[in-house]
Write a protein that binds this ligand. Structure first.
Ligand code: SAH
Length: 387
């Protein structure tokens, strides 16, 4: 037995073509070592580099460093984190919250680091990266000097790694609510119990874009704590924010007050019902936002998800006033970019309206999408206009 891993030709090919994961089936000799970093060799025992090793996972190895002589310690993590932090330096001028490390896209597989002002929320999403908790916390302290570090390790993927799902303070203190400044708008993030790490940072620039184009009567569907609605209210006369979660809407109300905005109406409803009722009433909106949760969380859920996306887009298109604008998004990884465009095309065909594609949008600077690692990209978004 050996502490090194040996991978098949297929596994080695995956790394060579730019994807950091090697699945269990491509590991020819499993390392005799606990979760952590292991040296990986090809079939002829030539070293390929260091990887995170997850004994219980289907994703056995995640490439860390192609240098065989690399030493994966606190100083290695500090260098990686610093490089990630530097890539995003310009964001500090427009927002107080951003993603500092987008996992595989920043060469830090299964590690997410989000910054909320002076505080940091991390997610350690594999057994391999969990083994480096201590060095990562130390490196975060060195690079970001946060007032506190919270681990939102309650994500479902942790179960596939044989890890417990917990929310845990790792250093200092982190408040229940943190005010985020985002391109002139303020809202409260909820790091301990909000969605993701406390807010949807991945739609920041899309919210700004939707806000720039907003006018007249606006509708924000799947509003959560109102972050699109707050931007829409900068130009629209009146905004309706719809969400099925009363708790999320309560925060949305607070967020509106925090910005001295009194032009948002909050509606607790299922968006599917709301859109159907609005259509039968003959309502019209000048601006509509659709930012639904991932309808397709697994590949097998894709068919039902496609129907859901088609339905909300079709109804939203029908609700547009002449010249009205729809911002529409999908964050389902399993729904590809071409599928997203197909849905919009098919909804447009059924809408009885002439729908023009004005802009395609994706992820912001702090959520980089690496072309050879499809899992790093999940947001597709478009702005369309009705005649
Ligand atoms: N637009 C938000 C994020 C939306 S997250 C932002 O930029 O911050 C998705 C939201 O959809 C959640 O708040 C969830 O409560 C809500 N939701 C999920 N299914 C729903 C449904 N069928 N009807 C209404 N809201 C729903």
């Amino acid at each position: 037995m050996s502490a090194d891993a040996v991978v098949s030709r297929k596994g080695a090919h995956r790394w060579a073509s730019g994807h950091p994961w090697i699945y269990r089936s491509a590991v020819a000799r499993r390392p005799d070592a606990p979760a952590g970093a292991v040296l990986v060799r090809d079939a002829s025992r030539h070293p390929l580099g260091w990887a995170l090793w997850s004994p219980a996972s289907e994703i056995s190895l995640r490439l860390l460093d192609a240098r065989a002589d690399a030493v994966i310690d606190a100083s290695w993590w500090r260098d990686r984190l610093r490089r990630s932090a530097d890539r995003r330096a310009s964001l500090g001028g427009v927002t107080s919250a951003w993603r500092v490390v987008h996992a595989e896209a920043d060469g830090c597989p299964s590690l997410v680091v989000d910054r909320y002002g002076e505080w940091v929320v991390v997610q350690l999403l594999s057994a391999g990266v969990e083994a480096f908790r201590g060095p990562i916390v130390q490196a975060l302290g060195d690079v970001l000097a946060p007032a506190g570090i919270l681990a939102r390790n309650d994500a479902a993927v942790r179960a596939k790694e044989g890890l417990a799902r917990t929310t845990e303070l790792l250093a200092g203190d982190v408040p229940r609510e943190i005010e985020v400044r985002e391109h002139g708008v303020r809202y409260l993030a909820a790091p301990w119990d909000g969605q993701k790490t406390g807010a949807f940072l991945d739609q920041r620039e899309n919210r700004v874009r939707a806000g720039q184009l907003a006018r007249g009567r606006a509708l924000d569907c799947f509003s959560y704590h109102g972050s699109f609605a707050l931007h829409l209210a900068q130009r629209a006369e009146r905004v309706t924010a719809v969400d099925s979660s009363g708790a999320a809407l309560a925060r949305a109300r607070e967020n509106a007050a925090r910005n001295d905005i009194s032009t948002i109406d909050f509606v607790e409803a299922d968006v599917f019902d709301f859109l159907r009722d609005a259509e039968s009433r003959g309502d019209r909106y000048d601006t509509v936002v659709l930012d639904p949760p991932a309808f397709a969380k697994t590949r097998s859920a894709l068919a039902a998800a496609l129907r859901g996306y088609k339905e909300i887009n079709l109804r939203a298109m029908r609700l547009l006033a002449p010249g009205g604008m729809l911002f529409t998004a999908s964050c389902s990884f399993h729904l590809s970019k071409p599928m997203f465009l197909d849905i919009l095309t098919s909804a447009a065909a059924d809408s009885g309206r002439r729908i023009t594609l004005r802009q395609l949008l994706g992820q912001p600077l702090d959520h980089p999408e690496v072309l050879t690692i499809p899992e790093t990209g999940y947001i597709k978004a478009a702005i369309v206009e009705a005649d």
